[in-house]
Design a protein around this ligand. Sequence first.
Ligand SMILES: [Fe+2]
Length: 215
Amino acid sequence: MATIKSFAAPHKGLRNVISKFSFHLGYTDFNDPVQLSKLKSLGADMFTLLKDHVNTENNHTLKHLEERVHGASEHDRHDHEKLELIQDSLEHQLENFIGNESVDEIHSFYLSFSVFQSQYLEHIYEEETVTELLLQQNFTDDELFHHRAAIMQKISFPVMLLWMKYTIPAQSERESLGMLGGLKHNAPPEAFEQVLDVIAAEMDAERYKSLVDKL
Ligand SMILES: [Fe+2]
């Protein structure tokens, strides 16, 4: 049975950005344009990653699985359809906030986001405990490695930067060294510098230094 976990890294990144958004949403003063704009920017990062991720799963991970095990992708695809509707509605609401919302409107959005968060966490738990096993049982590590490489090749640089921004700080140093080591080897030096700048802004100085010293 294969050992590569296809969902582990992106899901750690998603859990990070979703939790961060929930935390910021809880304290943001919508009447303060700077705070509201920061929340919208964090929300834009989160929705970009959520959309990129569902497309990757539908068009790569679940597509491969379905080709090998007929019917095995149905449950997750169905979840994706339901979650995307909620996600799109939340994104639309966030974009349309202008700072004159009432306390009740803001609290209602906070609660809607919280329900979405719980549904999303349950969905990715299912993927990591059921779908992940199906992938490991039906593909070799070599095949799973090539699936991941094909996904990475298709991601645009700005979206890849976003994945690094939220995934690297959310995983162990050992996992990050594996990911960044490969990137350092394959990416142009300027691009790698940009990745480091983005990560540095998201990590404790001590953890960042320890990571970079080992690269
Ligand atoms: Fe999913």
